[in-house]
Structure formats: C-alpha cells, structure tokens
Design a protein around this ligand. Sequence first.
Ligand code: 13P
Ligand code: SF4
Length: 303
Amino acid sequence: MTNSLSEKIKELKVSRNSIILAHNYQLAEIQDAADFVGDSLELSIKASQIKDASLIVFCGVCFMAETAKILSPTKTVIMPDINAGCPMANMITGEDVRKLKRDNPDAKVVCYVNSTAEVKAESYICCTSANAQKIVESIKDTDDIIFIPDKYLGMNTAKKVPGKKFIYWNGYCPTHMRIMPQDIERAKQEHSSAVVIVHPECRTDVVELADQASSTGGMLKFAKEANAKEIIVGTEIGMLHRLQKENPDKKFYPVTDKAVCPNMKLTTLEKLLWALEEVKTEITVEKDVADRARKAIERMIES
Ligand code: 13P
Ligand code: SF4
C-alpha cells in the first residue's frame, strides 16, 4: 500500500513539475518521499534557490510554507494539511510587536522564524535555532534585543552573547516543554556512556544538562562527527528517523517519547498524494506583508 502510494507520488511529482520539501520532524515515510529534508534554515535557503520547479509542496508547518512563499513569490506553494500550524508562532501578533517596539525604541527585533508573516514583517531580522547567536552578534548598532517569540531560545542564546540586553516574549514550544530535567537524568542513568543533544527550544535547565544544544540540522552534523556511539536526543521524536538512517553504526535514544509535535504529524502520504492531485491547499501571503517579511528573512540569509 505504502509502496504504491509512494510510486504515485513520485510520478505525479514529476508531471506537476514540483519539488517536495520536508522538515526533519515529519513522519519517516514523508521524509523518504521528499526531494529535500532539512531544518528551518536549510529549508528557507532551499526555498530561495528553487529555479526549475513551479510548484513547492511543503511538508512541515504553516510558518515554514509561508516562508517558502515569501522567498519564492512566483511559485505556487501548497501544504498537504493546512491545519498544521505551530502553536508557538500563534503566541504573538503583529500588534504585540509594534507595542514592544514602542516601549523599547532603541531595541532591534530579532524574530525566530517560528512566527507568522505578519510578525516577521514587523521585525528587523529573522533567526533560526541554527544561527540565533550569529544573528544577535551581527547587530552592532544597539545592545538592546527584543527576542520573539521563543523565550527559551532567547534565554539559551543570551547566555552566549553576554554583551546584549534581551527583552523576551512569553512564547514557547509546547512539545519541547515536555522534556524535563528529570527525563535527561533518567536517560543518562539508563545509557551511561551516551552523550546528550537537545534542541535550544528546551527549557534552560534542560539545556544545562546536555552536552550540546543545536538545531535539528546541527544535531545531524554532531551525530556524524561525534566519537560517541550512543546519543540521547532531546527534541521532537521525528528527528530519530534521519539520525538513525544516516548513522546506522550509532544508537539514538529519545529523552522522552512524549515529545511529539502533533502538527508535524498531520501530513501523511495520502494527504501528500491528494495535495499533488488537486494542487492544494495553496499558501498565500498578502503582498505588502510578504515584501516587509522578506526583508527580515533575507537579512538573515545574507548575514
Ligand atoms: P529547526 O530549525 O531546528 O529544524 O527547528 C524547527 C522547529 O520547529 C523546532 O521545534
Ligand atoms: Fe512549533 Fe514546537 Fe511543533 Fe516546532 S515542534 S513546529 S516549535 S510546536
């Protein structure tokens, strides 16, 4: 069944002149059906470079597909399930950002890409978990940083950039919040020779217990280069598929199997096939918002 679905997707993908992009947290079979799998930064860069395809099928969550549309406005961007949102992205509005700017007129807004296009449009520069430190350090004309919406990525980044004053927003990822310090302690006891990698969306007390905090792309790099043969992974469990596939000689253990992003799991092979058959659901971003948001995203890509 899965095979025939995958075959149909492959055929239709070619006849629709399309490219399938997928995030590292997608279901294993979606990752295997995609042309490119990556973290938020890699997916943004890829979306800005697509030349030959006219249709982008985005298997991830809404802010990622919106970013692809903003960076490739002449292409059609579709999502197999439009309900795949990111709760963190919905924790702040454009009006909230305008108020933060009014209250902190000397500060620059650094906006995690896990945000709506409207919020990006109000921001000076975007960042991802792969480049947050570098982006904050690139801001030379002020030490005051409004970091939105993820307070944990903000706090974990602030520790590496002590010269800057961070103003946080109370946003967080409900999936990464499920990873607790006790889970790390227990996993370390169970696998005493393993090293620990976690995502910087995790709580600061969780990051403190890890050997490394990095984006999902950074985790793949770390796993490839590490001497350790066993790695405890503190992030959404979809990450385990690529880690294990690309490092068959190593063992990976999730810190907890509770760290599931239900939105990332909404995209299935059936929905991917329907999306290609019917060329839907299309992602649109209002031109004025897209033009302003593009500046913040391109500033990030160019920095
Ligand atoms: P990455 O940019 O590390 O892939 O993370 C995206 C995300 O949504 C994490 O929750
Ligand atoms: Fe959003 Fe968290 Fe899901 Fe990432 S894992 S898409 S931040 S809810």
